[in-house]
Design a protein around this ligand. Structure first.
Ligand SMILES: Nc1ncnc2c1ncn2[C@@H]1O[C@H](COP(=O)(O)OP(=O)(O)O)[C@@H](O)[C@H]1O
Ligand SMILES: [Mg+2]
Length: 268
């Protein structure tokens, strides 16, 4: 569809998105402890459109990582359904990759060999070595392909973990506080890198972060959760072009609004 008034500024990823549509429908979850039930998710419904970047914000321990585990197919929900392009999620799949806060690289493997893990596990490495090189180039680590994890800074290790995910050419990238342990300067530059990776690769992104500003700089939509058991309390569309600037008055306004929703009042 061609619109005569199409804006010159791109606020959505390219039309050539290869991202999936993720549908989370009325998902509830609990854990059974010895003689107690711990409710964790309370009827969460959410759709991420192909190529969207959705950020999840909520109090610590409310159930965000649990939701990501369900999306990754690491466990089934107690109630409700999760689907990708209409197909129910029944287990893990290389098209849905999780990047965690800890890069979890194998210390005895080089950066290249760490990034190659997904292809190796699927028996594709001998024919598709180029994909490893490409993924390392995309995260700016080509020169460190032969380095070992101990030789990397925290930011570089997290870029290596990203490369290991990108090798699978994910159609849904699941990010669980991936920048949470980085120092603030590295974090800032990695935020920019994540946006450009997402723009170039066109995957759908689902990011958990505890940093409101990070959510606002990266996401097309921000979902706010309640305390455990998490239910969605607000959903905000972030209709701003990239690259975004933290001093954008609209983002500052949204930040204040979200902090209020999280119960962190005007003092912030
Ligand atoms: N495998 C598990 N067994 C029992 N309780 C769990 C398990 N995983 C998480 N929890 C509990 O579920 C709640 C939500 O955890 P989590 O999803 O990790 O929260 P968040 O990522 O929002 O901080 C917490 O109270 C946590 O202790
Ligand atoms: Mg968590």
């Amino acid at each position: 569809m061609v619109s005569a008034a199409a804006p010159a500024i791109v606020t959505e990823p390219a039309a050539a998105s290869n991202g999936v549509r993720l549908t989370i429908d009325q998902v509830s979850h609990h854990f059974s402890l010895r003689d107690q039930v711990l409710p964790v998710l309370n009827r969460v419904s959410l759709t991420a459109e192909p190529g969207e970047f959705v950020a999840l914000l909520g109090p610590s321990g409310c159930g965000k990582s649990t939701l990501l585990r369900l999306v990754a197919g690491l466990e089934p929900p107690r109630r409700g359904t999760l689907a990708v392009d209409g197909v129910p999620i029944t287990g893990p799949d290389p098209s849905r990759v999780v990047v965690f806060q800890d890069p979890t690289l194998y210390p005895w493997r080089t950066v290249w060999d760490n990034a190659a893990l997904g292809l190796e596990a699927r028996g594709l490495l001998s024919t598709q070595r180029q994909r490893v090189d490409d993924a390392l180039a995309r995260v700016g680590l080509s020169d460190f392909a032969r380095a070992y994890p101990r030789q990397l800074s925290g930011g570089m290790a997290q870029r290596a973990a990203l490369a290991r995910a990108l090798v699978n050419e994910p159609r849904l990238l699941i990010l669980d506080e991936p920048l949470g342990k980085l120092d603030s300067l590295t974090r800032l530059s990695m935020q920019g890198e994540l946006v450009s990776l997402w723009q170039r690769s066109g995957f759908t992104a689902l990011l958990v972060t505890h940093d409101v500003e990070e959510a606002l700089l990266l996401a097309t939509r921000v979902i706010v959760f309640s305390e455990r058991p998490a239910r969605i309390t607000a959903e905000l569309k972030i209709d701003r072009a990239y690259p975004r600037h933290r001093d954008d008055p609209e983002l500052i306004r949204l930040r204040r609004e979200i902090l209020g929703l999280l119960g962190l009042g005007e003092g912030w």
